[in-house]
Design a binder for this molecule. Structure first.
Ligand code: SAM
Length: 526
């Protein structure tokens, strides 16, 4: 008889299979993501002859790392396991009086593989950035000490920014014509087009011509077997067409032998005053991706408003009938605007009662870029195109957090989990590290960096929301069935009044200018 100790909720991802048979061997087994079982027997070292816990079940990543180590050292896998067991004893590894191996043996195996992995990859990645846009992912990774090997995007405006900001990195246009990723690549990043997956887009799904381009990522990793992959997209893809996109992506990764983990994360976690929920997925065929995405969890922090501080509010003035993109001391998700470059900035109700729309430089900051990051796009197009680039980008501090964890992975924390039986409803976090798809209860705030106030990020250049736009919003909002915070609509009415009186004052000034102009001409003529 044997018994698995459940490890899903444990910090130790290893499962120990206890065996009552007193046989002088250690059996290490694992399961590939496609379910295929693997098993290796090794002779127990003499010092462990009396132990009864002889069988260890490992995640595929550790198992394949052991295999890789064996082939690198030109020895058998059995030899590596026996060696690890011997070291475990020499290091004073726990052994009960009846000779049972402690749970620490699996950790010992993990330490062997982590050291090897650190050596193999140096923990500083060479990144091929597909669909790189203006480099939101790549800038964050670079800040954490990783280096871009290639940047690929087919938008001339995005390319102009990449050329200016990553001048030494080779670039490529259409991903379809990219034959292979550079040989030195250890991580492929791809915030693939989301138009077909987002609520605001075509909702055609993963088969749509744009979001279907994720297939190019799989074509490229199939031929390169890159050890790490980072994907980013909108959380609506978890629901769209009963999670079809997630099924396609995770099945492709599993077929290629990758373990994966994903988590919806809000950019506000990293100190940005922008509510921006995005899915970040890490896949790896050499290590446990949970050590990147699930090594952090922040305690919940109350909204500033509740602490009694006056704060600014962000909202979409173009909405208001069926729903209102609304955020306290933050803007709602910045959007790319229309495909022909008509921007759609949110409005901000400031604490002095003014309602303004941020300038593009403010939007860059709200995404974690330095001001004017996209200025060079103006070389190839209109200034307004910058809104599309910034609205489509990945928040830099989000990829910086991922980059830092890639350099310094930590054990997965304890989260409540459940096996996924229904693959049509994708949760906001999940993983499959070889033992099946598992839903995870994790917050969207892995960390909670001190947030700058929204108001402090809106520069003087922000422009007043016009009387016309304000009146349009008010008309929609008063027809809507939405519940607004008590002081909100009165504040919008007050702004409208101010704008109208400014308008009529401006009109009066303009007409008196015209009158005095004609009076002067008439006087001059006499
Ligand atoms: C969601 S955006 C990615 C934004 C990027 N992660 C950033 O931080 O700026 C998707 C990008 O895919 C690019 N794209 C679309 N089709 C492409 C293709 N066939 N080849 C290369 N890039 C493409 C778009 O130009 C756009 O910049």
């Amino acid at each position: 008889m044997s018994r698995f100790l459940p490890a899903q909720n444990s910090r130790d991802p290893f499962e120990i299979l206890t065996s009552t048979a007193d046989i002088p061997i250690i059996v290490v087994h694992s399961r590939r993501p496609n379910g295929r079982a693997m098993r290796q027997r090794a002779r127990r070292p003499k010092s462990l002859q009396s132990c009864t816990r002889t069988s260890v079940s490992l995640p595929i990543l550790v198992y394949s790392e052991l295999e890789r180590l064996a082939s690198k050292r030109n020895v058998s896998l059995a030899w590596v396991i026996r060696d690890a067991a011997e070291r475990y004893v020499v290091d004073g590894g726990e052994q009960s009086s009846d000779g049972q191996l402690g749970l620490g043996f699996s950790s010992a195996l993990r330490r062997v593989t982590t050291r090897a992995e650190a050596k193999a990859h140096g923990l500083s990645h060479r990144v091929t950035g597909l669909f790189a846009g203006i480099g939101g992912i790549e800038l964050g990774l670079q800040k954490a000490g990783h280096h871009a090997a290639l940047l690929c995007d087919n938008d001339p405006a995005a390319m102009a920014v990449l050329e200016a900001k990553f001048p030494t990195v080779p670039r490529h246009g259409d991903v379809i014509t990219l034959d292979r990723v550079p040989k030195e690549t250890t991580l492929v990043s791809a915030g693939f087009p989301c138009q077909d997956l987002s609520q605001a887009g075509t909702t055609k799904g993963i088969a749509g011509s744009r979001s279907g381009l994720v297939g190019e990522v799989f074509r490229l990793i199939r031929s390169s077997s890159t050890p790490w992959i980072l994907l980013e997209n909108v959380p609506f893809m978890l629901q769209l067409a009963q999670g079809e996109a997630m099924n396609v992506i995770t099945s492709a990764l599993e077929d290629l032998g990758y373990s994966w983990a994903y988590r919806v994360v809000d950019s506000r976690a990293f100190g940005l005053p922008q509510r921006r929920r995005r899915v970040y997925l890490i896949a790896s065929n050499v290590a446990d991706p949970r050590t990147i995405l699930f090594a952090d969890e922040a305690p919940s922090v109350p909204e500033r408003e509740k602490n009694g501080h006056p704060v600014a509010y962000g909202f979409y003035w173009t909405e208001g009938l069926r729903g209102l993109g609304w955020a306290v001391d933050a803007v709602p998700t910045l959007k790319g605007g229309s495909t022909i470059g008509i921007p759609s900035p949110p409005a901000v109700l400031l604490t002095d009662g003014r309602i303004v729309t941020p300038a593009i430089e403010d939007a860059e900051m709200l995404q974690g870029f330095p001001r004017n990051w996209t200025k060079s796009a103006e070389r190839v197009g209109k200034r307004t195109l910058r809104w599309k680039l910034v609205g489509n980008a990945v928040s830099v501090p989000a990829s910086h957090w991922i980059g830092r964890r890639l350099r310094n992975p930590l054990p997965c924390l304890e989260f409540a989990t459940r096996t996924m039986v229904d693959h049509r409803h994708w949760p906001t976090a999940a993983w499959n590290i070889g033992a099946g798809r598992t839903a995870v209860i994790a917050s969207e705030f892995p960390i909670h960096s001190r947030r700058r106030s929204l108001e402090s990020m809106i520069a003087e250049r922000a422009t007043d929301l016009s009387a016309r736009a304000t009146a349009g919003f008010l008309a929609r909002a008063s027809r809507a069935q939405l519940r607004f915070p008590a002081h909100f609509l009165p504040a919008v009415r007050a702004h409208l009044k101010r704008m109208q009186s400014t308008l009529s004052r401006d009109d009066r000034q303009a007409s008196s200018k015209v009158k005095s102009h004609y009076r002067r001409r008439t006087v001059g003529a006499t």
